[in-house]
Each structure stands twice: as structure tokens, then as C-alpha cells.
Design a protein around this ligand. Sequence first.
Ligand SMILES: C[S@@+](CC[C@H](N)C(=O)[O-])C[C@H]1O[C@@H](n2cnc3c(N)ncnc32)[C@H](O)[C@@H]1O
Length: 177
Amino acid sequence: MKSINYLFALLFLCGALQLNAQQITLDVPYVPTPQNVVEGMLDLANVGKGDVVYDLGCGDGRIVITAAKKYEATGIGVDLNPERIKEASQNAREAGVEDKVTFYEGDLFNFDFSKASVLTLYLLPDVNLKLMPKILSEMKPGSRVVSHAFDMGNWKPDEQISVNGSTVYLWIVPEKK
Ligand SMILES: C[S@@+](CC[C@H](N)C(=O)[O-])C[C@H]1O[C@@H](n2cnc3c(N)ncnc32)[C@H](O)[C@@H]1O
């Protein structure tokens, strides 16, 4: 866990420096989820036909592309880095799922994910915590949230598993109070 945090900090600094010239400040560095963990996340959320999977900070699009290609879902990804969005769109075309997934350039904090039946995250602990009120107030009760590596503080997960040494958490959005 500690080594993951150091890796994140290092990559975050590199990413911030690299993107500084373009005036983009990322809240999380780009570290792709390994493919077996992607599938562990989608399995844990029991993704299937009819699901709408949103990935906040979608990177190269692998989570929503896998959800479409292997699990027959549709998907939406958002990322602040235009390079990632270009890559994700190209990867969707190559995977033959460009009609089932859409990628947007934008800030995850301003993004409307209320229509997601499944929300996937590989962000950072403080970013998860900042998102939590929006998840609880805007997502439909019964929708699922899965996070790679990082939890959601006091909101205890309904389930958690380990996939090749990575922890994956699942929460079911509760009824509104
Ligand atoms: C750890 S990577 C995860 C990529 C992908 N979800 C995966 O699991 O393979 C985090 C991603 O979040 C993006 N990101 C960082 N800050 C963001 C923000 N405020 N809004 C949208 N995307 C952001 C980065 O560009 C990066 O691609």
C-alpha cells in the first residue's frame, strides 16, 4: 500500500510538471489498472448487458472498453488530459466498440454521472472522499461503485476482494435518507 502511494506521488509530480505547459493540473497521475484487476472490478460489480459503466479519470479507456467488449455493457469515460481521450477513442475503435462507449474531455468533479448503473474509480483517497457526497446524492439507489486500491473513509464497502495483490472495493448506493 505504501509503495503504491509513493509510486502515485512520483508519477503525480512528473504528470503535473509535464502538463504544466498546457495549464492542466491533474488531481491524480496516470497509472493504468492492470487488465486482470479491470476484470476483477467488473466481475465484483456484476456488470452485464444493460449496465451503463462510467469511469471517472478514464485514462486509456480500458475499463469501459472491457465493459463493452467482454460484458456487453455500454460505457462513458471522462478524463482531463486530452491525450488520454485521444488514446481511449482510438482504443475503442480498435476494439470495435466505438458505438458502445463515449469519451469526454473534462473534469470529473463537474461531470454528470447520475445515469451510471456502475461507477468505476482508480483515483486517490482524498479524491474519493471529495466525490463521496456527489455519489450518495446523485447516483440511483442500488447502483454500484467499485474502486481500485482506495476506499471511501467512513463509508464502509459492501464487499472487498484482492486481485493479484490489488484491493478492489464495492459499495451499493443506499436509499436516500
Ligand atoms: C490512476 S489513472 C486511472 C486510469 C483508468 N481509470 C484506469 O483505471 O486504468 C487516473 C486518471 O485520472 C485522470 N485525471 C486526473 N485528474 C482528473 C480530473 N480532475 N478530471 C478528470 N480526470 C482526471 C488522469 O489523467 C488519469 O488518466
